[in-house]
Design a protein around this ligand. Structure first.
Ligand SMILES: Cc1cc2nc3c(=O)[nH]c(=O)nc-3n(C[C@H](O)[C@H](O)[C@H](O)COP(=O)(O)OP(=O)(O)OC[C@H]3O[C@@H](n4cnc5c(N)ncnc54)[C@H](O)[C@@H]3O)c2cc1C
Length: 411
């Protein structure tokens, strides 16, 4: 009996996409999918709060690649071959209508990740993919005929090609069986988290969202802008999540202990805000400060800033003291928080690190060390910010790996 064309390790987004596309392109050839747990597509199911943010509306591969703090150049090449528009087309052709939200995130119109799961499962059934559950790969070796894959329970499979799509391993020791294939592993660290601020000066303002703020990690070049959310444990929202992704490695080295400076009005710096305050004191002279907030902040937030600056109830703009003005300007442009620890962002979290990209060809997703060995998805040292980018990389890399088997067979 001939070997299967392909064995895929990992029943997540990348593994499924690779398996179903490979099987479709090679009718009559066996494709086997191995999943170590008893659940398939488990992250797809919970993703995007159960809605599955499967990709992002971007103009082109270059623009989209900016959303990947690690592996940007590699990702750009991958996205050139299979882009967000290809993802939408792929699912639409198979009956899953996709919509775009105002911020560019794309979801199934059903607002349910089940639509994506069912579509992938149907494709797997249609092309007769052999799915094995509780099948954890612990070793893979190669010879001139292909790959020999050993499972934890000592079962052994042989295959012409082997695709590793095992997701993001959170601990370095979990990569050991991959190191044994001769590949280099970039140590894993978490990405996409929120900041814990134990001595939280704004705790009473929990739930307040500031639409546009800048967050900077003191003593580094790390800074991000965007909506900021005050929570009961610290700070969250897109600006913090993006910062956690961009600074995943630096923040890990700092053991998530750092000072951050928040500018709640990033179009101003301290100097230009002092000038603006001088103007308000003239223009708004007779107005009570608590009632006249020129920055459209939520009232509770503005009241808290005034209180912290020592501005008494009923103070008019004309009577704002220089000391209080300086304090207010400082709080608005450089509010300091001491971060101590992080909290996992439940909506989406990923692992930075994984297979070293220098050892993989982005045109084929094939290992540069071994013929017939492919990688797809989060197992690679690629991760995106929140917004559908992580799934897009899973679809793109899975599709490319599937299509590269064709050229292997042809070649
Ligand atoms: C709660 C949550 C929500 C998310 N929401 C979004 C979102 O809305 N949009 C977005 O773009 N991204 C989201 N992400 C990130 C996204 O889910 C991942 O980037 C994506 O699932 C990666 O796909 P993957 O197939 O590479 O890995 P995974 O989905 O992790 O799949 C890997 C599979 O391999 C299996 N496996 C591991 N080791 C072995 C082995 N040795 N042998 C056999 N099988 C093995 C695992 O059990 C797993 O089933 C979210 C992540 C989380 C945790």
């Amino acid at each position: 009996m001939s070997r299967p064309l392909l064995v895929v390790a990992g029943g997540g987004a990348a593994g499924f996409f690779c398996a179903v596309n490979a099987a479709r392109l090679h009718p009559g050839r066996e494709v086997v999918l191995l999943e170590k747990s008893h659940k398939l597509l488990s992250k797809v199911k919970v993703s995007g709060g159960g809605r599955c943010n499967l990709t992002h509306d971007c103009a082109n591969a270059n623009e989209m690649s900016q959303a990947y703090p690690r592996g940007r150049h590699f990702v750009k090449k991958v996205l050139h071959r299979f882009f967000a528009t290809d993802t939408v087309q792929w699912f639409t052709e198979r009956g899953v209508a996709i919509k775009t939200e105002a911020d560019g995130r794309m979801f199934p119109v059903s607002d349910s990740s089940a639509s994506i799961m069912e579509c992938l499962m149907q494709e797997a059934n249609r092309f007769g993919i052999k799915i094995m559950m509780n099948a954890e790969v612990v070793k893979a070796v190669t010879d001139e005929k292909g790959w020999t894959i050993r499972l934890k329970d000592n079962r052994v499979l042989e295959s012409e090609n082997f695709c590793i799509a095992c997701g993001g391993y959170p601990r370095s020791d979990m990569f050991q069986w991959l190191r044994e294939t001769g590949h280099t592993i970039v140590d894993p660290v978490p990405s996409l988290f929120t900041f814990n601020i134990p001595q939280h000066p704004l705790k009473e303002l929990m739930g307040i969202s500031i639409p546009h703020a800048r967050v900077k990690v003191a003593g580094t070049s790390l800074e991000e802008e965007g909506p900021l959310l005050i929570t009961h444990w610290g700070l969250s929202g897109p600006a913090v999540l993006r910062l956690s992704a961009r600074g995943a490695r630096e923040l890990h080295e700092m053991k998530y202990n750092c000072r951050i400076l928040v500018n709640w009005l990033p179009e101003y710096n301290e100097q230009s805000l002092q000038d603006a305050f001088r103007l308000y004191r003239i223009q708004e002279a007779k107005q009570v400060m608590q009632g006249r907030n020129p920055f459209d902040y939520p009232k509770r937030f503005w009241d808290q800033l005034l209180q912290m600056a020592g501005v008494k109830e009923g103070t008019r703009w004309a009577d704002l003291t220089a000391v209080s003005q300086n304090k207010l300007v400082k709080s608005i442009c450089a509010f300091e928080f001491a971060v101590n620890g992080k909290t996992t962002f439940k909506e989406e979290f990923v692992t930075a690190g994984g297979i070293d990209l220098a050892e993989v060809d982005p045109q084929t997703m094939m290992s540069k060390k071994h013929k017939g060995l492919f990688f797809a998805g989060e197992i690679l040292d690629v991760d995106g910010i929140t917004g559908g980018y992580n799934f897009q990389f899973a679809w793109s890399s899975g599709w490319i790996a599937a299509n590269s088997l064709v050229s292997q067979a042809a070649g």
